[in-house]
Design a protein around this ligand. Sequence first.
Ligand code: 13P
Length: 405
Amino acid sequence: MAATLAPAGKSYAELLVLYSDPDTCPADALAPVPLAQEPAFVSWQQDIPRVYLEMSPEELDHRIAAARARLGSKLVILGHHYQRDEVIKYADFTGDSFKLARHAAEQEGIEYVLFCGVHFMAESADILTPEHVRVILPNMAAGCSMADMADPDDVYAAWDEIHEVLGEDARIIPVTYMNSAASLKAFVGERGGLVCTSSNADRALRWAFERGEKVFFFPDQHLGRNTGYAMGIPLDEMVLWNWRLPMGGTTPEALRKAKIILWQGHCSTHQRFTVEQIEKARREHPGVHVIVHPECRWEVVQAADSYGSTEKIAKTIREAPAGTTWAVGTEINLVNRLAKQNPDKTVFCLDPVVCPCSTMYRIHPAYVAWTLEALVQGQVVNEVRVDPETRKWSLVALERMLELG
Ligand code: 13P
């Protein structure tokens, strides 16, 4: 669902009607406002002490800075590239999900990680840090709709059904995208598979094909398809598993032929990008470079000049010659930041409608202030903790990925 952002002066009821349309992305979005004025708040924000609701952006900024200073080196703040400017400015480390996982794993001597990102990232940080390190997600409602498309029970059932068709000895390696529940990371770890991110999916698939004949890839069909295709696997050797249908809506023949079985999941933000938008950008900006995230559809990735993780997108534009023009197919907070950080280039979003990742956007500065001030009082709120059994196998799957680089 698209993020829902506030036009001023609307009532709660009006906002609910306005934002019940998932395609509503008002163009006056992204200006910092108190949490209570952000309509996202009305539908899916977590409870927070009322005192934080009306705090101005300036007051929140001041309070976050003060709490951060008091916590000192006990705390590290990790910030994903999709976080808004008012939040990312406090991150000790920023990055794509791979880089942030690596930073979490490398920290020494800390007690707390405040993860400004989404739930699966905080879970991974908990798995990768020592037991005593407490990982905090400022707003527990910051999940990932794509990760939610792979319900663990559906994945386990699919795994069994696939083996019923292909035989118990079929050499299938499960690979889960980082954007998935810790229990699925444990599932792949226990079955000889691994985790991947958008920055190492090609290496992860190669690793898997060195050990098996087929890959079961979830939850993002687009990352799996784009990566498989770039490795030379034809589209008709990648079958889509629709978890809503018996036998995934596929056939035994298609499963036997497939090199990759793709889960039918997607990212709503990246699915908004289209080939038509790319054609328009090329018409209106001759010489434009189009760079997109591999969570975009296959035809969009094919029509683009290049693709890569959020970190790769940022690096490519940073290192490009002055005077070049970039149309970017990823989340708007990152695109706007890249435009600001690269004033010698023209950088714009392929999608003309302002549309942040609705779940990343749930980390409003009010939640950062609340969780940090609680920590200063010795209270851990919004802790993300993975149980020991899940931790054991998901760590195996994450470490296999970290070894790939
Ligand atoms: P990156 O690893 O490229 O930052 O992507 C994370 C993500 O969730 C994109 O939607």
